[in-house]
Design a protein around this ligand. Structure first.
Ligand code: SF4
Ligand code: SF4
Length: 194
């Protein structure tokens, strides 16, 4: 799996379904007029581990959105967000202006699963992306009612990736998590435009 392969997928993986995963129905903040909810609050239409009670009538925002695992064929079943604790999203925000690429990927760690950065498969995926120059961010959840923080990884771990130094990569990921947790988190206004 190369970073290039990871970043270019635009079509859903044929035959791959959400199954019992309902992670995005809890983790994401939704600001659409027809459905507003805070992050880390289960949607009122969702039964955790079962699915959406209004699936056939769900809002357009829900129809249009899929996580990275649904797009990226290289990721095995163990990457399904309810199994991995990691929600992958396309990302364009919080990439430094001077960085040559804008089409990034964000690995959102779930509340209570920040130690997912110790997972070798995640380390390997991030290293591959950074090696290929794809912008990579860690998404660190905020306290209840507050926005998460995105930590841009490329500059911090480029040296460790170039040296193929797994230990240093892990150290930098742990530092990134700590920085994201310590950072100031903005209170969410579900009615504000982003
Ligand atoms: S997080 Fe991904 S796999 Fe899970 S329910 Fe949402 S789109 Fe499906
Ligand atoms: S309406 Fe359905 S699909 Fe949309 S967030 Fe709620 S439970 Fe999930």
């Amino acid at each position: 799996m190369t970073g290039e392969q990871l970043s270019v997928a635009r079509k859903l993986v044929p035959g791959r379904e959400c199954g019992a995963c309902t992670v995005c129905c809890k983790v994401l903040a939704i600001k659409a007029p027809e459905l507003k909810k805070l992050p880390e609050v289960l949607c009122t239409h969702c039964t955790a581990g079962v699915g959406c009670a209004i699936y056939n009538a769900r809002p357009q925002v829900c129809r249009d959105w899929h996580c990275g695992w649904r797009y990226l064929a290289f990721l095995g079943d163990e990457w399904r967000p309810d199994r991995s604790g990691i929600l992958i999203e396309a990302a364009t925000a919080d990439i430094p202006q001077e960085f040559p690429r804008r089409d990034g990927l964000k690995f959102v760690l779930r509340t209570g699963a920040l130690n997912a950065v110790l997972w070798p498969a995640l380390q390997s995926a991030i290293a591959s992306l950074v090696d290929d120059g794809v912008p990579v961010l860690l998404g660190i959840p905020g306290p209840h009612g507050y926005e998460g923080r995105n930590v841009f990884l490329n500059y911090a771990i480029a040296g460790a990736v170039a040296a193929r130094n797994c230990r240093a990569i892990v150290e930098q990921l742990v530092i990134a998590v700590e920085a994201g947790v310590r950072a100031e988190h903005r209170k969410i206004d579900l009615n504000a435009d982003d």
